[in-house]
Design a protein around this ligand. Structure first.
Ligand SMILES: [Zn+2]
Length: 1098
């Protein structure tokens, strides 16, 4: 920043900035135009203009013929640098493309002189480049090089002068509505809904959202249901809320760094991700979310310290209770408020906290890296993590690892074959184009949501494991594991318990069986800070507080048995899941926090809850008990509990689909029946691991009697008998008492390519298999008998067609056509698989039916239309589309600028008072008027005219003409005789508009006063004597064009006497006499004069 302190605003600031600009240019600063071509434009000189508040500049093309002298005028230097407008003109005849630029300078909004000059030059340079492209395409390489080096020199100079010339704009325009309008339109073009939420005078939040039902178009609905059922429950939007802009827009420059205004206002962007009933949350909810944001980190710390104190004072339960009843209360109420706010309008889902921490911690940096080095998201991420871990500069890392980083981007292209990734709007970004931050942030969030199983939920880095998990989890870093479990970073365990208790019960049971039967292996619950009772004193911690406890992690290496035992003991202390569900769902007093798991029994050690969390969260497959006939496999013995069981990521599903398609091409049988279903059995103790790793984890490599691969049986009892050994133990609190598990998988129908087909299908191509169901049977006293019996049954001669009758009630539910060559049976009953899309389609159809397209509210509508900015209003009116060709209308009324000019000669400056309310209303009004005028086929019919060239930059003073009175009226005759083109009115608006009426008065011509026999409701001072223009008669809903018609009617009124022109008709009315006339008239009629009428006329 310059060493002399810049005056804050007004004429002094204008003079200061102008002096700086003149100086900088005279010292030889050349502002770089566009990098695109050899054509560069520079300033030769900037000098003071002839008029006050104006300056001249001479620009010229480097190595080119183009030269232009421009005059720039500021609308009102006293408003500089925030509420003024620039106008640009030239005495020269400019090429049309340059003229278009100079004429639209006012559209740039309220920029500083410096910002205006840069922008002007950029636009002119681009226009010149485009205009001469054809000619200069054949530029020789030498010239090209010269230009390049010149370009670099200028870059350097820019940097030097950057501070002095281009950074002096601490209070430059803050909310650029043009940028916002442009970005909003682009967001809509990408299929998302933008939203603007004004929060105060100086603050707003932005949202981008997508109807949640549309997620099912880009992400497999099965995956969505597995990640969080809420994503497909009810009509709602996936919404990204961006706050912390401090009222500044755009927030970032073309290089992804904060704009000067944003930096000056210490903008810190905050991102929130959630589900909202509408396309944007209400203002109140937004305020609440923003208020809570600052406290969030503090909360985590508090949570941490509370956890620590739990550990330390585990025996001192009383002290703990005291603590929570004191300070705890306030906190709990706060939580409750947020809870309510969130559930009402902004619900987080399982991935919210992870996505938020990614966006808040990394998004802007990633954006900058992408723009700086031309990287994709994947490359920028690799670079970012490298910068963080090595604490080196990006340049240094790129020196050594550029290949690896670019490779990440290439791998990304491959990824898009199996994932529907959002369009990358940064791909063809020009270094000079503005960055549409909300759009890019939302696309990035959507990309990471789509790819969520591939990344660690805590550190956000790509998982190294080959396994394509369905559900996201953490990487193997202990830090991530710890944070995940202790800071509640992942999906909510409480939500799982309440919405999917049978699956939680099953997961705990399987973990228990694995631990008790000695099959529990990696992944173990380490790194979570679980402390367990130890029989070995050597692992004791030295704190001496809890002599009995040691870190579970310390048992990992040499005491796996002991570790398994410890885990089993911990699971034994978990209360029944249904009991937990009831506890969590009990009604809680308003103002009190929701019940927490821990509260069910404070004597249960913290480690027990951590193990419970681990049993559920470490399972990256999706398990969900099936209850409806639409979803349940038919003809299964009802003693089996059925679970939907999906292991693979959308990625794996995509590979499977591909394999199916290629099988259809190869084999006519596969064309008819693309897939087979078959059972896979394994001892109960293995399922904890299978659920986490997939069927083929160990089985593919291990040789068995019929070859290497995954074993399947068409008859379920075979799998059960041979492989699905029953558990010998059972978690005591389990409701399902799982003892026998068998999976039902879908396999590509190419048995000829299997390793073996008899008596088992042995499949070694893992992408040919997808798990669909897990069938679970409880321990019963005769379960062994059952297995024996079914094995006996399966010994029936093969090829015997099962005769079991199907139940007919569910017949309308379509089933998957199964290849009759490979009938699927369990105990000889023919198994039918319901069409998986059926129930899903019903769900999606319900979502689609319930969907109501976003209705943009007024605030957003204003942004789209560009209203909200006086310049924007002009822009709208200027648009060619709306203008109507009136040249066809014969003897239409014609506006005469000279006449109007003559009338407004002595008009007072605009009223000084303004308000946001009035400005908004006036912008809207002005735009509506211009639109009506431009759309009008005949001005004569319209009867009024709003001359655009007299619309000043101050919204509070308008000049309007009334004309084309009925030719039979005496006043029309008078006007025609004197060749008066129109009645020219001044309208002055108070800051309280539209709640108070505007003040209308005629400037010219002068009317015959009432006392001299005149009429037409015109006061002796030229103001209107009309009830509706007083405090009593006024309604805020009146439009100005409607009032103009009322005035015209009043003037045309022949009662009590017709209006006539005065002798001295060409003497303009003065403001003083107009006001006096108005007051007098109001008093006569007993009308109330608006309280601020006097302010209007000073
Ligand atoms: Zn991690």
């Amino acid at each position: 920043m310059s060493s002399n302190k810049a005056p804050a605003r007004g004429r002094k600031r204008f003079a200061f900035d102008l002096k700086n600009a003149i100086q900088s240019v005279s010292q030889g600063v050349e502002v770089r135009g566009v990098r695109l071509s050899v054509t560069l434009i520079s300033f030769l000189a900037v000098s003071l203009g002839d008029e006050d508040g104006s300056f001249d500049c001479l620009i010229s093309q480097v190595d080119g013929p183009f030269k232009a002298a421009l005059t720039i005028l500021v609308s009102d230097a006293s408003e500089y640098p925030s509420d003024h407008t620039f106008f640009c003109s030239s005495h020269q005849e400019l090429p049309s493309e340059i003229l278009a630029i100079t004429e639209s300078v006012y559209e740039e909004g309220s920029a500083t002189i410096q910002a205006l000059l840069v922008r002007l030059l950029e636009r002119i340079a681009r226009a010149v480049v485009e205009g001469t492209d054809a000619v200069h395409n054949a530029t020789s390489d030498d010239e090209q090089q010269d230009a390049d080096s010149e370009d670099e020199d200028e870059d350097y100079e820019m940097d030097e002068y950057d501070l002095e010339l281009f950074d002096v704009q601490p209070s430059a325009q803050i909310l650029d509505r043009f940028a916002l309008q442009r970005d909003f339109n682009e967001i809509v073009a990408h299929g998302f809904c933008p939203g603007f939420i004004r929060i105060g005078v100086d603050e707003f939040a932005l949202t981008v959202s997508l109807p949640a039902k549309s997620l099912a178009d880009i992400i497999s609905p099965h995956a969505l249901l597995a990640w969080d059922r809420q994503l497909l429950t009810g009509p709602q939007y996936l919404t990204l809320l961006i706050s912390g802009t401090r009222g500044v827009y755009p927030v970032v420059k073309a290089d992804g760094r904060l704009t000067h205004s944003a930096a000056a206002r210490s903008t810190v962007l905050q991102f929130r991700v959630g589900l909202t009933p509408n396309y944007k949350p209400d203002k109140d909810i937004t305020v609440e979310l923003m208020r809570r944001y600052g406290l969030q980190d503090g909360d985590s710390d508090k949570q941490l310290s509370e956890d620590a104190s739990d550990d330390d004072e585990i025996e001192d339960v009383d002290a703990l209770d005291d603590l929570s009843s004191d300070e705890g209360e306030v906190n709990e109420i706060e939580e409750e408020t947020e809870e309510q706010a969130r559930s009402a309008g902004f619900r987080p889902f399982s991935l919210s906290s992870s996505l938020e921490s990614l966006l808040n911690g990394h998004f802007l940096h990633l954006l900058q890296l992408r723009l700086d080095y031309g990287l994709g998201w994947a490359g920028a991420e690799v670079l970012r993590w490298e910068i963080e871990s090595s604490q080196s500069r990006a340049e240094d890392i790129l020196l050594h690892k550029e290949r690896e980083i670019r490779q990440a981007d290439k791998a990304d292209a491959k990824l898009s074959e199996s994932y529907h990734l959002p369009a990358d709007c940064l791909l063809d970004v020009n270094p000079h184009n503005p960055v549409n931050l909300p759009l890019i942030a939302f696309s990035y969030m959507l990309r990471r949501l789509t790819l969520c199983p591939r990344y660690c939920l805590v550190c956000h880095q790509e998982l190294k494991e080959d396994l394509d998990a369905l559900k996201p989890y953490v990487c193997s870093s202990t830090l991530c594991t710890y944070q995940y479990y202790n800071l509640n970073r992942g999906p909510s365990l409480e939500y799982e318990i309440c919405s999917n208790p049978a699956a939680v019960d099953l997961l705990v049971s399987l973990a228990y069986i694995a631990a008790a039967e000695g099959a529990l292996d990696a992944p173990l619950p380490v790194g979570m800070g679980i402390r367990v009772k130890s029989k070995h004193s050597k692992t004791k911690l030295s704190t001496g507080q809890d002599d009995d406890l040691c870190d579970l992690d310390s048992l990992e290496i040499d005491q796996l048995l002991q570790m398994r035992a410890a885990i089993r003991d911990l699971i034994d202390m978990i209360p029944p899941i249904m009991q937990l569900k009831r506890h969590l769902e009990q009604p809680h007093k308003p103002g009190r926090a929701k019940p927490r798991l821990q509260d069910i029994d404070r004597s249960i050690p913290e480690a027990v809850w951590l193990i419970l969390r681990w049993c559920v969260a470490s399972c990256t497959a999706h398990l969900e008990e099936l209850k409806s006939d639409e979803e349940k496999v038919k003809n299964m013995d009802p003693t089996w509990r059925q679970f939907r069981f999906s292991v693979g990521a959308p990625h794996a599903e995509a590979k499977f689909r591909k394999a199916v398609e290629s099988a259809k091409l190869k084999n006519p049988r596969a064309r008819e029946f693309p897939t087979l279903y078959a059972f896979h059995g394994s001892p109960a103790k293995n399922w904890h691991s299978i659920i986490r790793h997939g069927l083929w984890f160990k089985t593919v490599a291990n040789g068995r009697a019929y070859g290497n691969g995954v074993y399947f049986a068409k008859e379920g009892s075979v799998s059960l008998g041979s492989y699905a050994a029953s558990a010998t133990v059972c978690w005591q609190n389990s409701a399902c008492k799982a003892a026998v598990c068998v999976a039902l998988a879908e396999i590509v129908n190419l048995p000829s390519m299997f390793v073996s087909t008899s008596p088992f299908f042995v499949v070694n191509q893992t992408e040919w298999i997808v798990c669909r169901y897990l069938m679970v049977r409880a321990v019963t006293s005769n379960s062994n008998n059952y297995i024996m019996r079914t094995i006996g049954a399966s010994a029936a001669p093969s090829g015997t067609v099962p005769v079991t009758q199907e139940t007919t009630d569910a017949d309308e539910i379509p089933c998957v056509p199964l290849d009759p060559h490979h009938p699927l049976t369990l105990s000889n009953a023919l198994i039918r698989i319901p069409e998986p899309r059926f129930a899903l389609e019903k769900l999606l159809a319900a979502r689609r039916d319930a969907f109501v397209p976003a209705q943009f509210d007024e605030e957003d509508a204003r942004i789209f239309s560009g209203v909200g900015d006086p310049d924007a209003a002009l822009e709208g009116a200027d648009s060619v589309e709306e203008a109507v060709d009136r040249s066809m209308v014969k003897d239409d009324w014609k506006h005469d600028p000279e006449w109007v000019n003559e009338c407004i000669e002595h008009v007072l400056p605009p009223p000084r008072e303004s308000s946001r309310m009035a400005s908004t209303a006036l912008q809207k009004e002005l735009q509506a008027m211009l639109k009506e005028q431009n759309a009008s086929r005949s001005l004569k019919e319209l009867g009024w005219y709003l001359p655009e060239e007299f619309i000043g930059d101050n919204l509070y003073q308008w000049i309007v003409e009334l004309h084309s009175f009925d030719s039979s009226l005496p006043i029309a005759e008078d006007l025609a005789n004197k060749k008066v083109n129109s009645l020219v009115f001044e309208i002055r608006f108070p800051a309280t508009f539209p709640h108070s009426p505007p003040f209308f008065r005629i400037l010219k011509p002068r009317f015959l006063p009432f006392i001299q026999g005149g009429g037409g409701h015109v006061t002796g001072g030229g103001s209107m004597c009309m009830d509706l223009l007083t405090a009593d008669g006024w309604l805020p809903s009146y439009s100005i064009s409607a009032i103009l018609l009322q005035i015209k009617l009043a003037i045309s009124n022949l009662e009590p006497r017709p209006a006539r022109l005065a002798q001295n008709w060409s003497t303009a009315y003065g403001m003083y006499e107009a006001l006096e006339g108005y007051k007098r008239a109001a008093n006569t009629h007993g009308w109330k004069v608006p309280s601020d009428i006097d302010k209007l006329t000073r």
